[in-house]
Design a protein around this ligand. Structure first.
Ligand code: DC
Length: 223
């Protein structure tokens, strides 16, 4: 099986680009952030504090999370049988996902799940620690980033298109805060793997970013 690991900070366009690249390559696309978001949603629904391991860890036992793919290749997440793919995209869930993801037991719980997918399929997986922890032997590792202002602008557009009301300053502040949390946590922090190729999309539009991504992948894997 072949694997491509794409890591990077919030809002760098990982999901959009990774999904399109995976379709082009015929690989299974795995958005690992969506899995952490689903755990965060479960935490909120259970009335637990996402920063408190003592409240979150007991919820992992018997946690019923499933994923599948729509006809367009989009990954859908199910929590206890309910399709929560839209619910996990709410802005407030982003920060909560970052909080639950700092809990070692949560990461350990999801590690097996992610590795099993990579054993069974050619995967293109995106997240924060895919190249460093989840798939250290990935065939291709890419660190995808962009300036915070450009990531905030893209995220704002995305949320506006979904009819969610918010403003640029709030998004930018939340993005910077979340990057800091993701980079500074003691376990599996966000960082570029030594053997990862850096792709900065600040000056690139979506199509240019996709072509750049595909050319890095195709250069490393003979397709
Ligand atoms: O990529 P995203 O915004 O959907 O991710 C939500 C949060 O989940 C992110 O702030 C950190 C966490 N996450 C993680 O810790 N490790 C991953 N592989 C993916 C996401």
């Amino acid at each position: 099986m072949r694997s491509v690991a794409i890591d990077g900070p919030a809002g760098a366009g990982k999901s959009t680009l990774a999904r399109q690249a995976a379709r082009e390559l015929g690989f299974l696309y795995v958005d690992t952030g969506a899995i952490y978001r689903t755990v965060a949603l479960k935490t909120v629904r259970a009335g637990a504090d996402p920063s408190d391991p003592a409240q979150v860890v007991p919820l992992l036992e018997g946690l019923d999370i499933r994923m599948d793919y729509g006809p367009d290749g989009a990954q859908r997440m199910f929590l206890e049988g309910e399709d929560v793919s839209s619910a996990i995209r709410e802005h407030q869930i982003s920060g909560l996902a970052s909080k639950v993801s700092a809990i070692p037991e949560v990461r350990a719980f999801l590690l097996d799940f992610q590795r099993k997918l990579a054993r069974e399929h050619d995967v293109l997986m995106d997240g924060r620690d895919i190249g460093t922890v989840v798939l250290p032997d990935a065939d291709v590792k890419i660190f995808l980033t962009a300036a915070p202002e450009s990531r905030a602008r893209r995220r704002l557009l995305e949320l506006e298109q979904k009819g969610q009301k918010t403003d640029f300053e709030t998004i930018l502040r939340d993005i910077i805060l979340r990057d800091e949390e993701d980079r500074n946590r003691p376990i599996a922090p966000l960082r570029q793997a030594e053997d990862a190729v850096l792709l900065d999309t600040t000056q690139l539009n979506l199509e240019q970013s996709l072509q750049a991504l595909l050319s890095i992948i195709k250069e490393k894997i003979n397709l």
